[in-house]
Ligand binder design. Structure first.
Ligand SMILES: C[S@@+](CC[C@H](N)C(=O)[O-])C[C@H]1O[C@@H](n2cnc3c(N)ncnc32)[C@H](O)[C@@H]1O
Length: 252
């Protein structure tokens, strides 16, 4: 009974803005851990993809350029709930999944915090991150654990699904992702409401969380990828509701 009552409250429209706010405002302790890891691993010249309002604090020995899929002006339109917060200047407008304008082996590091879940093809994205870093360079990724986010009711994304999206192209599963997001994040329940919300999100090009994981699936993905890609996992760290992973590209 209590579960039903509290379950109802958690799904109410009043709670949705609170969940969203929680996702925007990150606690100090959380940022301090990100910063400590950055101090240790990030040096030289690199890029951060999708920094938005929350760039990773990097050491003085690091120079960062910001990549996003949109200009700041367009990001302002896409994220009206960030109106009062400063956004980073976007130096390179590009699809962070392909990084097609970034040459191979040109960066000492690539940062993608709370970005991989926004990727339609996370395997392809990680391969491209590794493509643009120099031998010995670092990929710094923080991935939210769905149990601590507005994704908590969504089914976990399996490794098989990620492999299929990578091999067959993400268009096959695109609509399904939007429908799932409409149902579980926007609390639409009838088929008509789900379709209408999915149509709306697709029409405005809203970048949803396509895939959702807990720490276990992140580890599974990295283990699988390390069989074919030239990197070592230097660090995996649980940071409150996210997993920070540091990958270092092999020297040869
Ligand atoms: C949730 S925000 C991440 C904010 C911040 N990095 C953090 O840790 O809180 C996701 C960012 O990724 C960007 N993004 C989503 N898809 C993208 C793509 N394909 N290429 C480049 N940027 C993308 C969004 O525009 C947004 O700036």
């Amino acid at each position: 009974m209590l579960r039903q009552v509290f379950g109802g409250i958690l799904r109410s429209p009043l709670v949705r803005p609170l969940r969203r706010l929680k996702a925007i405002v990150r606690p100090d302790s959380f940022l301090k851990t990100r910063k400590r890891v950055a101090q240790k691993y990030l040096h030289g010249e690199g890029i951060e993809v999708g920094a938005l309002h929350n760039p990773l604090p990097t050491p003085q020995s690091a120079r960062v350029r910001f990549v996003d899929r949109m200009s700041v002006e367009d990001l302002r339109r896409q994220y009206p709930d960030l109106a009062t917060l400063p956004l980073v200047p976007v130096d390179i407008v590009s699809d962070g999944e392909t990084l097609s304008s970034v040459p191979d082996q040109s960066q000492d590091f690539v940062i993608g915090n709370h970005f991989l879940e926004h990727c339609e093809d996370p395997i392809g994205t990680l391969k491209n991150f590794l493509r643009v870093v120099r031998p010995g360079g670092v990929v710094y990724c923080a991935v939210p654990d769905k149990r601590f986010t507005f994704d908590r009711d969504r089914p976990l994304t399996t490794l098989e699904h990620l492999i299929a999206d990578h091999q067959n192209g993400p268009a096959v599963s695109r609509r399904g992702h939007y429908e799932e997001y409409a149902e579980f994040v926007h609390d639409r329940h009838t088929p008509e409401d789900i379709q209408a919300m999915a149509d709306h999100l697709i029409e405005i090009g809203y970048s949803i969380h396509y895939h959702v994981w807990t720490q276990r699936e992140v580890l599974e993905l990295l283990g699988w990828l390390s069989r074919t890609e030239p990197f070592d996992v230097e660090l995996v760290l649980k940071n409150e509701g996210e997993v920070i992973a540091i990958l270092r590209k092999h020297l040869t």
